[in-house]
Ligand binder design. Sequence first.
Ligand code: ZN
Ligand code: ZN
Length: 493
Amino acid sequence: MRRFLLVTIAAAGCGWAVPAQAEWFKGNTHCHSEVSSDSSTPQEELFGWYKSNGYHFVVMTDHNRYTEAAVLDGLRYRGEVLVDDSFLIVPGEELTNGSQHINGIDIPRRLEPHASISGSFERIWEVGGLPQLNHPEYNYIEAREITEEIAELNGSMFLEVYNSHPIVVRRSGPSSEDIWDGVLSAGRRMWGVAVDDAHTLPGGETPPGGGYIWVDAESLTIPAIIDAMDRGRFYASSGAEIADFQYTSSYYEVDAPGATRIVFLGANGRVLATIEGAYGSYDIAGDEMYVRARVESPAGVAWTQPVYLSDLPDNLPPTATIEVDKATGEAPLFVTLDGRGSSDPDGEVVTWRWNFGDGTEGRGEIIAHAFTEPGDYSVELTVFDDTGEPSRATQRIRVVDGGANNGANNGANNGANNGANNGANNGANNGANNGANNGANNGVGDGNNGGTNNGVPNPPPPPATNRTASSDESCAVSPHPTAAALWRLLTRR
Ligand SMILES: [Zn+2]
Ligand SMILES: [Zn+2]
């Protein structure tokens, strides 16, 4: 769930292609009343059933017949007007001819079906509606035919990936979901819808309720529902429920309480990942073309909308930030280098690499380093985000000669005493890089050079008396531990 928080925050500030809206509304975009020649359901009974069964909106789609919005808005069920703050009826029509059935959703008047799919789509767009290609299996329409028909078209369009009418499913050949993947793989964007295509009430042969969509819209108004559908901010279902789906250029994430399996699919229906459970996050590799998810549950299946990788905003790079407890001082200078302020606007920083500028390197969010020789050092931090994109920051460290005024005495003492100790201590205790380098340099250098100009002293002296663990722990977790505290923490391991 952590990632959902990140996405939500980013969505507010950065304008994702598909920002989450306020609320989810349940609807059906395909059903028939007695206005159709093949149904005898009174409109008020039909919509009364939907409203009583948790739906927020329904599109009236009789075969080549249109019911005016004013009539739909005035329908009464058991004495009450159906359309109110909690329920909408959207005018529409199923443009029906022998070879294809196409719904015009939210159209202002009856339209004549065109002989071609593209012709009917264009008629629907011309009057401000949304076209939906119905039950391709029933009409024996293949992916290639759809792809060719819509190749030159630009606009939002929908394909029934599921229709619960019992005669629309073909027993052999590609399923509606296969056809959907075929169209998507040709680079043609169609959003997938699920419908019930009801021609009867419950108890009849083609009842309502078998397929539906949940739309994430700003409000329950026709413009808001149409706008969310237009942008693909909805999912289709035959019974499975999804709490949310989100994506960035890094991952596609589905949260579906009650689901037993989440399958992520890419071009040509290739299974990218199968996750057993109710939550799944797929890390986008970059070669999928598009990513969508199918959610399986004991109650049915749900389909989220595809995202094309080419439609996603590019990855936003991370920012590297270095904080130090000191930037200048006498040699040897012990510095705490803290990279925890580094951040990534659309993911997270996962790797911190340090180049101390003295020929040594290190890794980790926060690290202690001893600069043993006077000089100006440029410390470089490189961070990598979860897509592998790097960012760099540098920090100057100035180390001045601390040995000039005490070379003789200190040199002699330190050289004698510390050479051996430092070499042993540092080498043994101080981690792979520091240990090896410091051990070798300090131990050998001190022994040889003691008394010349800088007998290099110990790392911060270990506490004279053993401190309690609790006081050390409090140092370790403070936001800016001192170098000495960090040193103790590191050497204790
Ligand atoms: Zn039909
Ligand atoms: Zn129909």
